[in-house]
Design a protein around this ligand. Structure first.
Ligand code: NAD
Ligand code: TYD
Length: 337
């Protein structure tokens, strides 16, 4: 079995490559990643000497490069993590989100059709469903919830999902889609809430909470997301959408307070800042369908956040090089590019 993993130098794709290489000795894997600011070769560096793993630097929007790669490698499965992923950046500059998150998906799917890939898996997000009211804790996103996006990021991911469904119906593309809630864990780029707050707290800096901190996210430890995708690409039914989440809803303020407590820091470090425009109130996943498929998450928020803090403390070099920008020079250092 040969699997293409796009966006594998990023947070979740990187964790997925570690997870899959560890589990399947007899498969081979290729990672295609453009190495944007969010791609970090140091995340997958230890895997580069494995005989069943190969890294290719390239953009999923580059049709020639993608088609040549598919022709050469003859993939069985494609799992697409490659995307611009930060909501705040999409508010500042939506264009690149439309290019990578929509047009890149079209290129990958065209290649899948031409080279007869057996499964295209699109890694999507619960943010395509918009938000739920804070006070209606009885409501959850199901796979049938309407698409109702708030940010250019979520709109680009929803557009991609619609395009994947259209390719399934019109061209019989063998596809699956997963929509996961917010992830956290190792190799998380410190622009997102949890790693940002851990690192600011460690440096005794102010922790910027948007608005009053009451917005709720449904947190999933990244390894549990990886195991769900592994299950879907092996056992999931072609043409289906699967929501992934573990019922770990927390307000942003509660998340920040838990981090401060575990790091023995004072709550006076919390600083309330201007709210994000269009800020979604609450995300909450109904995972019934993926549970029925046989998925079982291993972590809850309490265990996952402790693991994450431990990882951050033990990998201060990885974080320091991200913060200084040194990680971007990895290719130059290795290959003198
Ligand atoms: P990330 O920003 O950490 O990583 C994205 C990776 O994709 C980077 O390595 C980047 O270099 C690469 N990339 C970006 N544009 C590319 C392009 N045009 N061609 C090739 N490579 C490109 O993102 P992440 O948090 O790991 O998210 C991965 C996927 O999971 C995304 O599709 C995202 O929408 C989805 N998702 C994320 C979360 C979350 O909480 N982070 C939750 C649900 C779904
Ligand atoms: P984020 O990690 O950007 O993920 P998403 O927007 O995709 O859910 O943000 C998670 C939540 O944390 C979101 O409600 C916005 C909030 N947030 C802050 O309050 N302060 C911050 O500095 C950041 C980055 C996010």
């Amino acid at each position: 079995m040969k699997i293409l993993i796009t966006g594998g130098a990023g947070f979740i794709g990187g964790n997925f490559i570690h997870y899959m290489l560890n589990k399947y000795n007899d498969y081979s894997f290729v990672c295609l990643d453009a190495l944007t600011y969010a791609g970090n070769m140091e995340t997958i560096e230890t895997l580069l000497n494995k005989v069943n793993f190969k890294f290719v630097k390239g953009n999923i929007c580059d049709k020639d490069l993608v088609f040549n790669l598919f022709e050469k490698e003859q993939f069985d499965i494609v799992v697409n993590f490659a995307a611009e992923s930060h909501v705040d950046r999409s508010i500042e500059n939506p264009r690149i989100f439309l290019e990578s998150n929509i047009l890149g998906v079209q290129v990958l799917m065209d290649a899948c059709l031409k080279y007869k890939v057996k499964r295209y898996h699109q890694v999507s997000t619960d943010e395509v469903y918009g938000d739920l009211p804070l006070e209606r804790i009885d409501l959850f996103f199901t796979e049938d919830s309407p698409i109702k996006t708030s940010s250019p990021y979520s709109a680009s991911k929803a557009s991609a999902d619609l395009l994947v469904l259209a390719y399934s119906k019109t061209f019989n593309l063998p596809m699956t889609i997963s929509r996961c809630s917010n992830n956290y864990g190792p190799y998380h780029f410190p622009e997102k809430l949890i790693p940002l707050m851990i690192n600011k707290a460690l440096n005794n800096e102010q922790l910027p909470v948007y608005g009053n901190g009451s917005n709720v996210r449904d947190w999933l430890y990244v390894e549990d997301h990886c195991s769900a995708i592994d299950l879907i690409i092996h056992k999931g039914n072609i043409g289906e959408i699967y929501n992934i989440g573990g019922h770990n809803e927390k307000s942003n303020l509660d998340v920040v307070k838990i981090i401060l407590k575990l790091l023995n820091k004072d709550e006076s470090l919390i600083s309330y800042v201007k709210d994000r425009p269009g800020h979604d109130l609450r995300y909450a996943i109904d995972p019934t369908k993926i549970l029925r498929l046989g998925w079982e998450p291993k972590h809850n928020f309490e265990t996952g956040i402790q693991e994450t803090i431990k990882w951050n403390l033990e990998h201060d070099d990885w974080i320091r090089r991200v913060q200084s920008g040194e990680y971007l020079k990895w290719m130059e250092r290795q290959y003198k590019w």
